[in-house]
Ligand binder design. Structure first.
Ligand code: ADP
Ligand code: MG
Length: 328
């Protein structure tokens, strides 16, 4: 596809539902031609943000720009965006091909062109052989690919996906997320993908935008957001970190940067509260002075060389360079 790379930008975008502020003056420049995940807990304003970009929800304040054009008040079909819904919203009485071609029919494209374009999209998502089936004759993963093809047939500059993997079983979810990722790279357009799963965001995103309480808490390359969380919320939500209160303030330290030592041999005395086997690693949950919980993630081989049990006294130690001071 010949697509000019276009920038999507939110400028002080606000959504109010009555007295509820669902999105509070959010500004963000989405990296062009990249995979962005909007990540945050339920109710933080992710879907409202996405629906405003798509034009399925009016904006209360601010503006949305695509390629420096203000699209805030354009109808969905005129924005250069397309949305793929959580439940796929396929028409049950239409064949796969007709579902995919639906928006072209609405635009008055003739039947021959519609069929040709639908066939092209079905090939893209590897569904050519299922073109004549009805949606209920497809698996969840196949339905999702139909929904993708249907969204992509409009040649959007930005594809918006609201929790697109949540209806799939865990195995299929991992496979489909690889497909989404490959498709974005192949098409070279921007994908904005809403999820509440940090593992999904880390696996997919070039950039992660963490939302909390209607605002962006932190945004940046996936690795930066994971390695250098700025706030307690981000450290806890991304997981894999301990948040520790020290006299100088709050710090985050990755669980795999905490080492377990013999009692009295570490910087901190601790006692083990629980052990969780995780396959390649073992989580050693412990408590240090001040009733603070600290988790150490130990590679399974070294753990089983010297296993611990709840109630055991241990020492904990870490390299100060791995501590990240948190701002809030
Ligand atoms: P998320 O997708 O992150 O779970 P939403 O954007 O759906 O969050 O919702 C953000 C807030 O706005 C929530 O408090 C939710 O209850 C509220 N909200 C969402 N949609 C509506 C609506 N149509 N009417 C009233 N309140 C809504
Ligand atoms: Mg939502």
């Amino acid at each position: 596809m010949n697509i000019v790379i276009q920038d999507l930008e939110l400028v002080n975008v606000t959504k109010r539902y009555g007295t509820t502020i669902a999105v509070n003056a959010v500004s963000h420049h989405f990296c062009p031609a990249s995979y962005t995940c909007l990540l945050g807990p339920s109710g933080c304003g992710k879907s409202s943000t996405l629906r405003m970009i798509a034009g399925h929800e009016t904006i209360s304040d601010g503006s949305i720009l695509l390629a420096h054009r203000d699209i805030s008040h354009l109808p969905p079909a005129k924005r250069g965006t397309a949305m793929m819904f959580q439940n796929y919203a396929l028409f049950p009485h239409l064949s796969v091909a007709d579902n995919v071609a639906f928006s072209l029919k609405m635009k008055g494209v003739d039947a021959k062109d519609r069929r040709a374009k639908a066939a092209e999209m079905l090939e893209l998502v590897d569904l050519t052989t299922l073109a004549d089936r009805l949606p209920d004759q497809l698996s969840g993963g196949q339905q999702q690919r139909v929904a993708l093809a249907r969204a992509l047939i409009t040649r959007p500059q930005v594809l918006l996906l609201d929790e697109p993997l949540s209806a799939l079983d865990p195995f299929l979810r991992v496979r489909m997320r690889t497909e989404l990722r490959n498709l974005q790279k192949e098409l070279g357009i921007s994908f904005v993908h809403v999820t509440h799963g940090q593992d999904e965001a880390l696996a997919l995103a070039d950039e992660i935008v963490v939302m909390n309480n209607a605002v962006i808490e932190q945004a940046g390359p996936a690795r930066d957001v994971f390695n250098a969380p700025r706030t307690r919320f981000v450290a806890q939500f991304m997981g894999g970190h301990n948040v520790i209160a020290l006299p100088q303030g709050h710090y985050a330290i990755r669980s795999d940067a905490v080492q377990v030592t013999a009692p009295d041999a570490g910087q901190f005395d601790a006692y083990v509260t629980a052990i969780e086997y995780q396959g390649t690693h073992v989580s050693v949950l412990s408590r240090i002075a001040g009733d603070q919980e600290v988790t150490a993630l130990v590679p399974d081989a070294s753990y089983f060389n010297a296993p611990h049990h709840p109630g055991d006294r241990i020492g904990l130690t870490w390299d100060a360079k791995n501590l990240h001071q948190l701002t809030a």
